[in-house]
Ligand binder design. Structure first.
Ligand code: CO
Length: 134
């Protein structure tokens, strides 16, 4: 059911510093920062040959990653995103298997304009999983 790794999202306390690390130390191809007010984050994309890293920084009040950074002040991997062909079919299969879908279970429009859902990290070995319909 799950397909390609779409991205790995890393929450960072200092977006400029993290961008410089990925650009200058790791030699990555980094984007300009992009504010995504609907998602409460500012994102820098790092394009890799086979996937993408997203550096996330809180934007505005009530950002979904603010609590994560309070618990992990140095930053950390926030979620991994797998592609699925049919998000509703994936959700229904996961629910039938006993996995918990976060929120009301209805897909939201994600950072790339595609439909997404998030799965409870306690059901997946401590990893928050995003499913994106591609
Ligand atoms: Co994501």
């Amino acid at each position: 059911m799950i397909g390609r790794l779409n991205h790995i999202a890393i929450a960072v306390p200092d977006l400029d510093a993290a961008t410089a690390t990925y650009r200058d130390t790791l030699g990555g191809a980094v984007s300009q920062p992009l504010d995504q007010p609907d998602h409460g984050v500012t994102v820098v994309f790092v394009d890799l040959p086979n996937t993408r890293i997203e550096l996330l920084h809180p934007l505005g009040d009530g950002s979904p990653i603010a609590n994560f950074l309070e618990r992990n002040p140095a930053g950390g991997i926030h979620h991994v995103c797998y592609e699925v062909a049919d998000l509703i079919a994936a959700r229904d299969r996961l629910s039938a298997e006993g996995a918990r879908v976060l929120g009301d279970g209805k897909p939201r429009i994600g950072a790339h304009g595609n439909r997404v859902l998030f799965l409870h990290p306690k059901d997946f070995y401590g990893t928050l999983i995003e499913l994106e319909e591609v």
